[in-house]
Design a protein around this ligand. Structure first.
Ligand code: UGA
Ligand code: MN
Length: 226
């Protein structure tokens, strides 16, 4: 099947470095279609050129996250979700451009800053409905595994395209509670019992929730494409 890798991205100094890393990972994977959604008013040349240079089959979209809307009932644990607008844009693109019972594939939400072992994509290829696997360095743990924990990180599951295309109402929302966004989204498609444990019955870690330190940039070198 084709793996539809959905990557939200936004401008910051490390963006090009992150996208270089992820695009070169994807170049090692057969049969991927990379969907890159910029959190911006307009598509940028930086991302456009990077996609072109990758030679990957790709779709370039943009969807700007609306300005933060203060919720009335102030919950201190509440923090704005990231990537919501962008992932929903990708879902809309898939539903508009692909056909149920004709196009076959698996959809995987791939942050631009995580670290992916290419073995993960072999596992994603095995997904029948919804596949799950552990994610390293997340939730205050060395790894989170769906076998033991009730929550799943965004990087810890992939969904058959048929389900995405059949369930038009399934979207991400800001209202979903922090940390439960993934489980809530999955509940549109499957039950806990039905989840398919992959990566050696969820004993192997093939993806890590890494975050890149924000660099200190005090000066700008003109005439350099960074
Ligand atoms: C964690 C999860 O790994 C994300 O999948 C989840 O969306 C996020 O929590 C959440 O809070 O909702 P985290 O490392 O905290 O991720 O978030 P980022 O990596 O900063 O953002 C997730 C994705 O959204 C990235 O691909 C990033 O490029 C993108 N993003 C982030 C935007 O498009 N716009 C932003 O303003 C921030
Ligand atoms: Mn991240």
């Amino acid at each position: 099947p084709i793996i539809y890798a959905v990557t939200p991205t936004y401008w910051r100094y490390v963006q090009k470095a992150e996208l270089t890393r992820i695009s070169q990972t994807l170049q090692l994977v057969p049969n991927v279609h990379w969907i890159v959604i910029e959190d911006s008013e307009e598509k940028t040349d930086l991302v456009r050129n990077l996609i072109l240079e990758s030679k990957l089959i790709a779709t370039h979209l943009n969807a700007k996250t609306p300005p933060f809307e203060q919720i009335k009932d102030k919950d201190p644990r509440w923090k704005r979700h990231r990537g919501v607008e962008q992932r929903n844009m990708a879902l809309a693109w898939l539903r508009e451009n692909l056909q149920l019972n004709k196009d076959k594939g698996v959809v995987y939400f791939m942050d631009d800053d995580n670290t992916y072992n290419i073995k993960l994509f072999t596992e994603i290829g095995k997904v029948k409905k919804v596949g799950v696997w552990p994610v390293g360095l997340v939730g205050g743990l060395n790894a989170e595994t769906p076998i033991l924990d009730s929550t799943t990180d965004m990087a810890g599951f992939a969904i058959n395209l048929d389900l995405i295309l059949a369930k038009h109402e399934a979207v991400f929302s800001y209202a979903m509670e922090k940390g439960l966004q993934e489980s809530e989204f999955l509940s549109y498609f499957t039950t806990k019992e039905e989840l398919e444990p992959l990566a050696d019955n969820c004993t192997k870690v093939y993806v890590w929730h890494t975050r890149t330190e924000k660099p200190v940039v005090n000066g700008i070198v003109q005439g350099l494409e960074v």
